[in-house]
Design a protein around this ligand. Structure first.
Ligand code: FES
Length: 163
């Protein structure tokens, strides 16, 4: 679990990012990407901090953070499931995949399981339509999904936790 020391380490890492980019509001997207890498999402206090450090307004930083779908304003589970709902995946059954995941995990799109392990997020095309239907779990891509295969993949992640 994160302690105050942990927070301090994160803030130090963010300060390095801000220094690397000259505290330049023209680099907001990159700064926010790296802030999200550090924190896992963009907490409100970090929006304010980045605004103050780059000489801009929280509203502008928030505008960037909400415009791009890559940014998260809420904490996510250890494993972020990004289920593609693009056209090719839709045609090839992404709704059935979503139904199996929501039933298995007991969460809906945008929610996180009570144990903090999984967050489900529906996304637009992941750029690998030939593998549709597709989902990513963190950095790993899984294609030609069936409902059974999707559940099996989630169970593999659960097993990793238990190992
Ligand atoms: S539509 Fe799903 S990867 Fe393109």
């Amino acid at each position: 679990m994160c302690t105050n020391n942990c927070k301090d380490e994160k803030m130090k890492a963010l300060d390095v990012v801000l220094d690397d980019h000259g505290h330049d509001s023209g680099s907001l997207i990159t700064i926010l990407q790296k802030a999200q890498d550090i924190y896992g999402y963009l907490p409100a206090e970090i929006i304010y901090y980045v605004a103050a450090q780059t000489g801009t307004t929280p509203a502008k930083v928030m505008g960037v953070a909400t415009f791009y779908t890559q940014f998260r304003l809420e904490p996510v589970g250890k494993y972020l499931i990004m289920l593609c709902k693009g056209t090719a995946c839709h045609v090839n059954g992404s709704d059935r995949i979503e139904a199996s995941i929501t039933t298995e995990l007991g969460i809906q799109n945008g929610q996180t399981t009570e144990d903090g392990l999984f967050t489900l997020k529906n996304v637009a095309c992941l750029g690998c339509c030939s593998l549709s239907p597709v989902m990513m779990v963190n950095d790993e891509t899984f294609g030609t999904l069936t409902p059974e295969k999707a559940i099996s993949i989630l169970n593999d992640f659960r097993s990793r936790e238990e190992a």
